[in-house]
Design a protein around this ligand. Sequence first.
Ligand SMILES: NC(=O)c1ccc[n+]([C@@H]2O[C@H](COP(=O)([O-])OP(=O)(O)OC[C@H]3O[C@@H](n4cnc5c(N)ncnc54)[C@H](OP(=O)(O)O)[C@@H]3O)[C@@H](O)[C@H]2O)c1
Length: 289
Amino acid sequence: MILVFGATGSIGRHLVHQLRGADVTAFVRDPAKGDELGCRYVVGDLDDPASVAAALTGADRVFLNAGGAQPADGEQPMVRQQRTVIDAAAEAGVDHVVKLSVWHAREGGKLAEGAHWLIEEHLRASGLGWSVLQPSGFMQNFLTGAAVFTEHGHILGAYGDSRVSYVDCADIAACAATLLTQDPRHGETFVLTGPEALTHTEIAAKLSRVAGREIRYVDLPASAFATRLTALGLPAHFAHDVAGLFAEVAEGRLAPTTTAVTDLTGRPARTLDDFLGDNADTIRTSWSA
Ligand SMILES: NC(=O)c1ccc[n+]([C@@H]2O[C@H](COP(=O)([O-])OP(=O)(O)OC[C@H]3O[C@@H](n4cnc5c(N)ncnc54)[C@H](OP(=O)(O)O)[C@@H]3O)[C@@H](O)[C@H]2O)c1
């Protein structure tokens, strides 16, 4: 049995759909959301270790992703929660865990990059079979505007004119589905990107065409960006870390593209135009004002 954590999230929803026909169970905390998934599910919470252990009974492969929200106070519950899953999976005799991480996860990395590195290290030391997916930024960040910083309906950032190879979560899910149903590629890490790298000015122009109004990308120096985020209500140290992360991206480290999506799925990675076209109605509604 394949157990999917984060099944109701941006990746998990695609994954359980793509795994239809397989012996799959979703781990959800809200039964109403579980009902919408169209697959078997168990109800639990990552902060309730007993529910995690119960769900893992009989599982042989696990997709590990959850706790997407970044708390503003700097704590990372994701680390504690995912370590709980790893320990319980080892206890339950699971064969293999496919972990969703982030590109450039590393010791001392800012925000999610440091948190995912701690979890990856825990997984590597667990004795479990493992493979790791390290995606670039998600195209889904642009779906509603809730996952990017905006002011007066325009996108705010400190990326300069650097390019980012955003990837569609549907492709991340397809890669995970391959690893969960075919050779799980024990010990391998895959950097997943879209097929092209775009500047945020180019992305704003594409978004504008779909939304039917002008959406601009407003670039700020990192320190001014941090100040603006604080003015928008973010705690100062969190704003500082976000601006620092964006300044690192401005150096171009999310600009390369890889062939991992094609290598794993046998088809090309989806472009931003593909993504925007498929989600045009949502984008028009969400970005209308
Ligand atoms: N955004 C990016 O550009 C980007 C890039 C690379 C990597 N990442 C990584 O991607 C991950 C987020 O993935 P995503 O977009 O799929 O997340 P998401 O859409 O925010 O979904 C999070 C999932 O975790 C579940 N969850 C949260 N807390 C839980 C708990 N206490 N118990 C059980 N389930 C819980 C949520 O369930 P509910 O539906 O009940 O809330 C949901 O299914 C993060 O680790 C992030 O670091 C993001």
